[in-house]
Design a protein around this ligand. Structure first.
Ligand SMILES: [Ca+2]
Ligand SMILES: [Ca+2]
Ligand SMILES: [Ca+2]
Length: 262
């Protein structure tokens, strides 16, 4: 189904037979980065979509039916010292990981990893540069994986085609200490753990995305679009992926050429 629509501007407000809504214009989401993680706008309990497109960052309020009305989008304003939205290479809605009740984002900006914390419907409170070395990495999961209530990070390293797990440390005032996610040395245990052993290069898996728990074991999971056709579900484990994954959509030419999932 179409995930986006707009008001039908041809419709006569005094009444006619035209539909009230029509599809979003072709190319509306061209060049976009997309992510979602629960209700972050409006407090209506509906999933919202976060999109970087047209050089700006937006929230597209979800309509509760799996779609968004693009006329209702609202710009997310970043602090003055934040990277320009146009420079983002990935953005991931993480839910609230800092413990202030406001949703947070992690983003890569070329070689750099940034945290954009404290979104509350209009602006982001803080932009914090965490580390460098990210040009060949992709964020997959930022959520509690290990089961201690503290956010962890699963990322792909293109250099070895693996997934690695970095365990977070609780912050003194609640939530997760962002510095513990900035480098392996700062993390709980002091090193990154092999989470997916091999086969995770971007050539083999052009698109991957972590999500909150989808198979009811309480552990976040990973969805993978494979270059050879299928879409696979990989159940997360506390310290490594559990098993080899399950094929959800069979081999087809459709998915490997999609430009983004989120
Ligand atoms: Ca927060
Ligand atoms: Ca944890
Ligand atoms: Ca799970």
């Amino acid at each position: 189904m179409s995930g986006a629509y707009q008001i039908n501007r041809d419709k006569d407000p005094n009444g006619d037979d035209l539909p009230p809504y029509v599809a979003a214009p072709g190319g509306h989401f061209k060049g976009s980065l997309i992510t979602h993680n629960g209700d972050i706008y409006g407090g209506d309990g509906l999933q919202d979509l976060v999109v970087r497109v047209g050089g700006k960052l937006w929230v597209y309020p979800g309509d509760g039916y799996g779609a968004v009305n693009i006329d209702r989008r609202q710009e997310i304003l970043l602090p003055a010292d934040a990277p320009a939205p146009a420079s983002l290479t990935q953005i991931l809605a993480t839910g609230d990981i800092t413990g202030d009740g406001r949703t947070d984002f992690l983003a890569t900006v070329g070689d750099e990893l940034w945290a954009l914390t404290g979104y509350h419907g209009a602006t982001v409170d803080q932009a914090i540069r965490l580390s460098s070395g990210w040009s060949e990495r992709d964020l997959a999961i930022v959520a509690d994986v290990s089961g201690d209530g503290v956010a962890d990070m699963v990322y792909r390293t293109g250099a070895s085609g693996r997934l690695l797990l970095r365990k977070g440390i609780a912050a003194g005032g609640g939530g997760t200490d962002l510095a513990s996610l900035s480098s392996a040395a700062n993390s709980s245990g002091g090193l990154d753990i092999e989470y997916g052993a091999s086969g995770w290069s971007s050539a083999s898996v052009p698109l991957l995305m972590g999500t909150p728990d989808a198979n009811s074991d309480g552990i976040p999971d990973i969805w993978a679009v494979r270059a050879d056709g299928p879409v696979r579900f990989h159940a997360g484990g506390r310290a490594a992926l559990a098993g080899a994954g399950t094929e959800i959509i069979g081999k087809s030419a459709y998915w490997p050429i999609r430009i983004a999932i989120g």
